[in-house]
Design a protein around this ligand. Structure first.
Ligand code: NDP
Length: 330
């Protein structure tokens, strides 16, 4: 059946300016790290992208290596765009990245010009796109001069292969240097993509202030702690969960008794707020004024509905924040 997006899709979603740029992103974005590979059902992946778009999510985040196998999430997404979204490309913000291992040899990893150029060309082919909206350097490279990596990002924009550029996983000192180089080149860094959730608060230690000072937006990845900060593991490990899947990024050893006891207590606060655990975890990340968007993952459309519901109650009183801090310290 041909896809007709929901007419009211822009009515309830919140859109935030990305730093001091003129670009707005949906406050909730959808990432394709898991559940969009060759190993997953195409129809489920397709229905999640449709559902997200129907709910006003405009931003879809990919990387060269998402799958498995690496590259297959971009292929799946390309097929969905061809099948359903040809007429809506201008309503979508599509990002991809390079920086982690993608192919063997010295040119398939980290941050050289050789790697980033080749990788983006491959990504565009897999997705069947002429350009991406945001191209990221996925992680800092300890060996390649930062100037080389940033010059490559600048050139990619000048060539029209990306509209904006970003960096991911850069610590404040590295990020500050990258922002300076990009600014001098005339291609300001649009956005930084760090991990941030109740379980990992490193960005509060300098990065968020730096982003604000430099007018750079922030999109937090894994805001649900890869699924832990939800109701998923409150009663054991469900068969259809990330922990039970082939993913090497979350396994049963991570689901400790101490962690679940914290999530149970957090969930009690969420219930008092009349929110699901996932909704409160997202609202908590979005409480930071520097936060442009939270970048969620999902394995089913109903999770996306639930996550978008977070926008109905974003405020926290100081007592709630203190209670959350105390639980997280335990
Ligand atoms: P999350 O922390 O949002 O975890 C997503 C998982 O949480 C889902 O797969 C699902 O688990 C569970 N979930 C989601 N919504 C709900 C809900 N409402 N109720 C119950 N469970 C829910 O993020 P991810 O770790 O998936 O990362 C999100 C995105 O961030 C990635 O797709 C990618 O785009 C980006 N990313 C970037 C990185 C980088 O280095 N730049 C690194 C990692 C991610 P289940 O599958 O078990 O159902």
């Amino acid at each position: 059946m041909s896809y007709m997006p929901c007419k009211g899709r822009y009515d309830t979603m919140k859109y935030n300016f990305c730093g001091s740029s003129g670009l707005k992103l949906s406050a909730i974005s959808l990432g394709l790290w898991h559940n969009f590979g060759d190993i997953n059902s195409y129809e489920n992946s397709r229905s999640m992208i449709r559902r997200a778009f129907d709910l006003g999510i405009t931003h879809f985040d990919l990387a060269n290596n998402y799958g498995p196998p690496p590259g297959s999430a971009e292929e799946t997404f390309g097929r969905i765009v061809r099948d359903d979204f040809k007429a809506y490309r201008d309503e979508m913000m599509i990002s991809t990245k390079a920086g982690y291992t993608m192919w063997p040899g010295p040119y398939g990893d980290f941050g050289s010009k050789k790697y980033l150029f080749a990788s983006l060309d491959q990504s565009l082919k897999r997705m069947g796109l002429d350009y991406v909206d945001i191209f990221y350097h996925h992680r800092p490279d300890p060996e390649t001069p930062l100037e080389e990596t940033m010059r490559t990002l600048d050139l990619i924009v000048r060539q029209g292969k990306a509209l904006y550029v970003g960096i991911s996983n850069y610590k404040p000192d590295q990020a500050k240097k990258a922002f300076g180089i990009l600014k001098n080149l005339g291609t300001p860094c649009l956005i930084h993509q760090p991990r941030y959730s109740m379980l990992d608060r490193w960005v509060e230690d300098g990065l968020l202030d730096l982003l604000e000072d430099n007018g750079v937006g922030c999109i937090a990845f894994s805001p649900l702690g890869k699924g832990v900060l939800t109701n998923r593991y409150l009663h054991g490990i469900p068969e259809d969960s990330r922990v039970a899947s082939q993913s090497t990024f979350l396994n049963s050893k991570d689901i400790t008794e101490n962690l679940i006891s914290k999530v149970i207590m957090l969930n009690q606060i969420a219930e008092k707020r009349q929110q699901s655990m996932a909704q409160m975890a997202l609202a908590w990340v979005l409480r930071k004024k520097q936060m442009t968007s939270v970048l969620i993952g999902a394995s089913k459309s109903s999770q996306i509905d639930d996550c978008v519901g977070a926008l109905a109650h974003l405020d926290f009183c100081s007592e709630e924040l203190e209670q959350i801090d105390n639980i997280l310290k335990k």
